[in-house]
Design a protein around this ligand. Structure first.
Ligand SMILES: [Zn+2]
Ligand SMILES: [Zn+2]
Length: 367
């Protein structure tokens, strides 16, 4: 039995969605509106931001996988950075009411593996095993380029009225940035934080680092992105096209180096540059995919007791902390949103994001 509050409105039997048929082949389809099971909620989608990973999935399939297979099955729906309204409550759900505004976390772990038991549900050992109730909407289960999506109740966060659905789509990005700062040890105030790469996650890492009290240095190659980084809180920026990254950062820190690095560029030279500017005993977190295997100076890392981490997604409740910072006005999603499209125009929206047409940073899609 599904619980529906008064005024919920009628939920249709079918909905419009965009499904993946092959690499680069996304088509509009009609799908049954999914029904939430135990501990699940049906969310009516109000806004979805396009992520670089959506483009990656559209082109190559991975990191999405459906039932252990590529997602090109004529059914899979991508889109994982979204906000919406609670439309139907599944059995036992009393944490939300129909009509509540929510923002989502992407990953719902299985809840039964070792990693989930440690709170590391973005590293769930039953990844993509839906029989064991793992969900990662847009990756292993259906995402948000549709009218509705089912979410596990543990992935929903209540959205305060003063945050718009559009701005709320950036909370997942903030969650990834904050998860990176968590694995760096969480001692942020007073630390010097280097953020490499002013894409959405890098810019958000700069903003979150500043909100948490760090001295932030941001590197990149595009002057307008670095200027936006300064607006969002970077104390200093380095254009690595015109300046030597290592020399400039050493000079900026009086030769001391930085305490923490968030590497968000994926550039093949980035790990070495990070190692050569990190203070002895400092920490580096990799948050970007490099497209080829990377060689780096492991001896320098060992001699200097530098820690190297990799993160996936937005673990350990980081989305909730991102929401708190945004609700308190300490970070903002608005400067990231450069373009908005209707859901019917999704191919154009994806092209705008992929080719960075009109210097797109975040493209938001609405039904
Ligand atoms: Zn994403
Ligand atoms: Zn698990």
């Amino acid at each position: 039995m599904l619980t529906k509050a008064a005024g919920a409105g009628k939920i249709p039997e079918v909905m419009k969605a965009w499904a993946l048929f092959g690499p680069g082949d996304l088509r509009p389809v009609t799908k049954p509106v999914p029904r939430p099971g135990e501990a699940e909620v049906l969310v009516k989608i109000e806004a979805v931001a396009i992520c670089g990973t959506d483009i990656e999935i559209l082109r190559n399939g991975l990191p999405a996988m459906v039932g252990g297979k590529p997602p090109f099955n004529g059914r899979h729906v991508i889109g994982h950075e979204y906000a919406g309204t609670v439309a139907v409550l599944g059995p036992t759900v009393d944490e939300f009411r129909v009509g509540d505004r929510v923002v989502v976390e992407v990953h719902a772990g299985c809840g039964r593996c070792e990693r989930c038991r440690h709170g590391m549900y973005t590293s769930c050992l039953n990844y993509s095993n839906t029989a064991k109730r793992h969900r990662a909407n847009g990756f292993t289960t259906d995402g948000a380029f549709a009218e509705y999506a089912v979410n596990h109740v543990n992935t929903l966060c209540a959205l305060p009225d003063h945050l718009s659905f559009e701005e709320a789509t950036l909370i997942v990005t903030a969650g990834t940035a904050l998860y990176g700062l968590d694995v760096l040890g969480g001692l942020i105030a007073g630390a010097t934080l280097l953020v490499m790469g002013p894409g959405p996650i890098g810019l958000m890492a700069a903003a979150c680092g500043k909100a948490l009290g760090a001295h932030v240095i941001l590197t990149g190659t595009r002057e307008n992105r670095l200027a936006l980084g300064r607006r969002l809180g970077a104390d200093e920026t380095v254009n690595v096209k015109t300046q030597n990254a290592v020399d400039t950062i050493q000079a900026l820190t009086g030769g001391a180096g930085v305490d923490l690095v968030m590497e968000c560029s994926g550039a093949p030279t980035a790990i070495n540059e990070a190692l050569y500017v990190t203070k002895r005993g400092g920490r580096i977190c990799l948050a970007a995919f490099s497209h080829e295997p990377v060689l780096f100076d492991a001896a320098h890392m060992v001699r200097n007791n530098i820690y190297l981490y990799g993160i996936r997604g937005e673990g350990q409740g980081a989305v909730r902390r991102g929401l708190a910072l945004m609700a308190q006005g300490k970070i903002s999603g608005k400067p990231f949103i450069t373009h908005e499209f209707q859901m019917d125009d999704l191919p154009r929206a994806l092209e705008t994001a992929e080719k960075r047409l009109g210097d797109a940073i975040k493209v938001v899609v609405k039904p």
